[in-house]
Design a protein around this ligand. Sequence first.
Ligand code: T5A
Ligand code: NA
Length: 209
Amino acid sequence: MQKRGLFIVLEGLDRSGKSSQCKNILNFFAQKEMAAELINFPNRETQTGKMIDGYLKNSDTKLGDEVVHLLYSTNRWEMKEYILETINSGTHIVCDRYAYSGVAYTHAKGLDFDWCVAPDKGLPHPDLVLFVNTTAEEISKRAGFGDERYEKTEFQEKVYSAFIKMKDVEPHWHDIEGGSATIEEIESRITEKISETLESYSSGEDLPT
Ligand code: T5A
Ligand code: NA
């Protein structure tokens, strides 16, 4: 029986290096001759994604915090079947941000934690959530920081605290020490954890719930 693919999520603050690491993970799988695909949220290509993109790039766009939260969640629900089909066909998924970002960013705006969690309940559950743990102060020094709506140090500090809250409620959460580590150092921490997971999950196993 063919083994299903792993569903791996990368999380972290803006500019924490998630996209760079996602590419590294794809290379890691390619070297092992394993099929893997990259997806990312927000998926700016879909109907809801275009609304989110406009909201992020243009600070004049007025959408209530609840509306934005539900758009982000819907944007994930649009991809539910695709995620399940891909994994069940034996292809690994590397996912740049997921429901954890959804909760962290909206909770950071002051909305109730449980309310933030609710709309994503029932989505495919990842095997591994890799949190690139880099603080707001560290990322504020990076290239491009400040280009989009949420890229303000004070707000990123709140997002960071909200991510830390999720550690306690997500059993598949793994901190990857970011900080002053180089892209290569972070990459080796990530691939070590993925190698471990590849060995420990068993054939035909369903996604964790
Ligand atoms: N959002 C998202 C919500 O509010 N709710 C949700 O439900 C979801 C899914 C857009 C925004 O949407 C919010 C969160 C975001 O504010 P996005 O499109 O994923 O989300 O945007 P970002 O996460 O901001 O993407 P970035 O490209 O800005 O950040 P990455 O992917 O974390 O970082 P990356 O790899 O592009 O690197 C950024 C820079 O840092 C350097 C890189 O070379 C690059 O210049 N860098 C490092 N420098 C030093 N040391 C390292 N270790 C480095 N790693 C990378
Ligand atoms: Na950004």
